[in-house]
Design a binder for this molecule. Structure first.
Ligand SMILES: CC(C)(COP(=O)(O)OP(=O)(O)OC[C@H]1O[C@@H](n2cnc3c(N)ncnc32)[C@H](O)[C@@H]1OP(=O)(O)O)[C@@H](O)C(=O)NCCC(=O)NCCS
Length: 367
């Protein structure tokens, strides 16, 4: 028998790094960004302030905040060749693939290893512009130039919709973007860190992370949540529809989490944000009913697995309430998570060791 190594399928329960960035306590349902409750940051701070916390290690003072906003603002424009490449991609290609290609087209020369804060800010500023550029083209509109008078989230909504956004929508989306900026060693962050650990450039690392986030078991779930709620259609249909799925051994989207074995604190915070925006919207009423039925059925079909509502369920509700359609859900998640990915990549570079696990060979030996 060949040499065997400790096996951890899915790397569950294995720590591959020490990090100052976030604590994801799945047993107690806690999420901390550098010593601050993520929930409090989402209520009391802005996208730029929390990005500053993750990148620089502390919440900014007035001058630091103005500097960061200025740098993000200066870097929003896309190079012409990136726009031309985006225009060449056929309309049926999904938005996450377009985002991955648009980021990749930024090239590696200005983003070479070791990663720097300037590189990270430049890329974070451009990702919303890539999504909005493509979205405008798909909707037959001339893409909107970034608006320097608007902050990051407001400008994103402005570019997507082609008009000044509603302040309540900006606030709600900002809360969502803050709550999803960072989340420990999830699959996309790990992918980004693995690539960066080879001393590859920032663009290659973030392209890998986008590829991982795209999968339905990770960031691809919110659009599947709205598809599920559309398919269910009425409160009466919720139980038979979900029961049929579980009978077939299929998963209910928006439930369960690798780390949280209790309520996902982001789901709790986003439920409040979504309900404030949605009021008595029948879709939201149906969604909360689907949530309750889903939880009851998961307890019945998967007893003891501790399956709860995850962030994706209410992410879908918030994004729908601010008027983003399904195609924008996962790209918008990427627009926020790039902050955490890049903070991890900066952290990895400070004390780099190539991430190179093992596999155990189970095939035959040569005769
Ligand atoms: C997120 C997720 C991938 C975590 O998976 P994981 O940690 O690998 O959990 P497992 O796949 O080991 O699941 C444990 C058990 O719960 C079940 N389970 C987990 N999530 C489930 C779901 N959403 N619906 C139905 N059953 C589910 C599994 O079938 C498994 O059952 P078994 O013990 O009978 O085999 C998983 O919960 C999932 O697929 N959720 C739906 C997709 C989603 O919402 N993703 C967004 C995450 S933020």
């Amino acid at each position: 028998m060949s040499q065997q190594h400790t096996l951890a399928i899915g790397l569950e329960g294995i720590a591959v790094a020490e990090t100052d960035l976030s604590l994801v306590d799945g047993l107690n349902g806690l999420l901390v960004y550098r010593g601050h409750w993520a929930r409090d940051l989402a209520i009391n701070h802005t996208f730029e302030e929390v990005a500053h916390l993750l990148w620089y290690g502390h919440l900014p003072n007035e001058q630091e905040l103005a500097e960061l906003k200025g740098k993000l603002n200066e870097n929003r424009e896309l190079p012409d060749h990136v726009k031309r490449i985006l225009d060449l991609i056929p309309a049926e290609v999904d938005m996450m693939s377009v985002l991955r290609t648009g980021v990749s087209a930024l090239g590696s020369a200005d983003y070479s290893w070791p990663p720097t804060l300037d590189q990270v800010i430049s890329l974070t500023a451009k990702m919303p512009t890539i999504v909005a550029y493509r979205y405008a083209r798909l909707n037959g509109r001339e893409p909107q130039e970034p608006n320097p008078a608007l902050d990051h989230t407001a400008n994103y909504l402005y570019m997507l919709k082609g008009q000044e956004p509603n302040p309540a929508h900006v606030r709600a989306l900002d809360a969502y973007l803050i709550l999803t900026q960072e989340h420990g060693m999830n699959a996309s962050t790990f992918s980004g860190r693995v690539v960066s650990s080879t001393q590859s450039d920032l663009i290659s690392s973030i392209t890998a992370a986008i590829g991982a986030l795209k999968g339905p078991l990770h960031g691809g779930a919110p659009s599947e949540v709205t598809e599920m709620i559309e398919a269910i259609g009425t409160k009466e249909n919720a139980e038979p529809w979900m029961r049929a799925k579980l009978e077939k051994g299929e998963r209910l989207m928006g439930f369960g989490h690798r780390v949280y074995k209790t309520v996902d604190p982001r789901a709790t915070a986003l439920r409040v944000v979504a309900s404030q925006l949605s009021g008595d919207d029948p879709w939201f009423d149906l969604a909360t009913h689907v949530e309750q039925v889903g939880l009851k059925l998961l307890e019945e079909y998967k007893p003891g697995r501790k399956l709860n509502t995850n962030v994706e369920f209410f992410a879908a509700a918030v994004m729908r309430a601010v008027g983003l359609d399904d195609t924008l859900f996962t790209p918008t998640f990427a627009v926020s998570r790039v902050v955490g990915w890049s903070a991890h990549i900066l952290e990895q570079a400070k004390n780099n060791r190539i991430i190179r696990p093992q596999s155990n060979y189970t095939g035959p030996m040569p005769k």
